[in-house]
Structures are given as structure tokens and as C-alpha cells.
Design a protein around this ligand. Sequence first.
Ligand code: PRP
Ligand code: URA
Length: 205
Amino acid sequence: MPLHVLNHPLGTHVLTHLRDKTTKPALFRTLSYQIALLLSLEATRDLATEEKKIETPMEPMTGRVLARPLVIVPILRAGLGMVQPFQDIYPDVSIGYVGLERDHTTAIARSYYCKLPPLDGRRTIVVDPMLATGGSAAQAIDVVKAAGAREIVFVCIVAAPEGVATLSQAHPEVPIHAGVLDRQLNAKKYIMPGLGDFGDRLYGT
Ligand code: PRP
Ligand code: URA
């Protein structure tokens, strides 16, 4: 199973505050930024670099820089809460958008928006905080593949075993980076213990 779970005390600390039901939207947004930053480092550990000749104030040297630009694709709307750290620390990042919304009774995702930059030859990082049934993630990856993405990574904050199984079956070559792997889904397809509805908590709805 291509699942990588974050193993860092700062990640555990941030996640505990993110899960806490008394955490208000302003702090929730900051914590989302912090956990997404830690996850972005994990999801890009193996990015290709290439040589670049520079001169320091002391002497010439050969350094290394990223060989190819990155594309981040948040699944709207909650995925937007994970985009900023990628914009802050990765040069030449492009952002695409896939809009999906789960039906409240069936938990099946409906597509309502798609706008993507060129994906061919670039690592495409699809981000969505919650991997519950895995339906949204699998559908979003279908969309980026159809648009030309070949090197795809999926990043989430909380994963359920059911979502990991579904996504691994649909797209076995796509690595999954998760902040934490939770116990299970409940009857309404919410993650347990989870953190509730991420989009609602992020946007105060
Ligand atoms: C949530 C979440 C994921 C999806 C995960 O979005 O942000 O996109 O559910 O569930 P799944 O793995 O069962 O598909 P939601 O549909 O609530 O929309 P929102 O981001 O607009 O709140
Ligand atoms: N979407 C959420 O925001 N939370 C869950 O627990 C499941 C799907």
C-alpha cells in the first residue's frame, strides 16, 4: 500500500489542536497551514533536482535547484486550506482546481468545477484534507490523469482505512501522504475520531 503517514511530534501536536472541537476557524486555518507545510515536505522529498552554477560572494560553486515546476491541485473547497504552504516555499508552483462535493445522503462526490494548467512533465500534487470513502480523491485523480498528469501524489491530513483502500485500488501507483490514519468511517461516512467537517470548520459555515 503506497501510504506514508507523517511521523513528527510537531505534526501530532498540530493535529491534536486541529481535532479539538473548541478550536475556532482562525486558529483552525493556521493549524491547517502548519500541518500542510509538514506534509508538503514529505510529499516532495524525492523531487528531481539539477545542477546550477552560481557565484557566492566568496567563490563560484555548483548548486542544485528543482528540475521541473510543481502543480498543486486542491479539491474544492476544503483543499484550499492546504495550498498556501506550497505557494510559500516552492518556486514556480502552478495551481489547478477540481471542484467536488459529497452528497450528504449518499456520500458520493459530484463534480462542479475544473480548471487545470498543463500537467504533462510536472509533478501534480492533489491535496484534500479528508480521505474518507476515497471517492473524491479517486475522482480528482481520474480528472488530472485525463488532463495529462503522469507523476501524481495525493496529500491529505486525515485518512480513513476505507479511503486508503479505495484510492490504492483505483490508482495503485499514486503515493498517499497522510498526517494521520484514523480508525474507521461512521454510518454517515465521517472519519472517526476525525475532526468533523473540515470545510465547515475552515470557513465557519
Ligand atoms: C469533504 C472533504 C473531501 C471529501 C472526502 O468535502 O474535503 O473532499 O469530503 O470524502 P470522500 O473521501 O468520502 O469523498 P465535501 O464534499 O464535504 O466538500 P467541501 O470541501 O466543499 O466541504
Ligand atoms: N469530509 C469531512 O470534512 N470530514 C469527514 O470526516 C469526512 C468527509
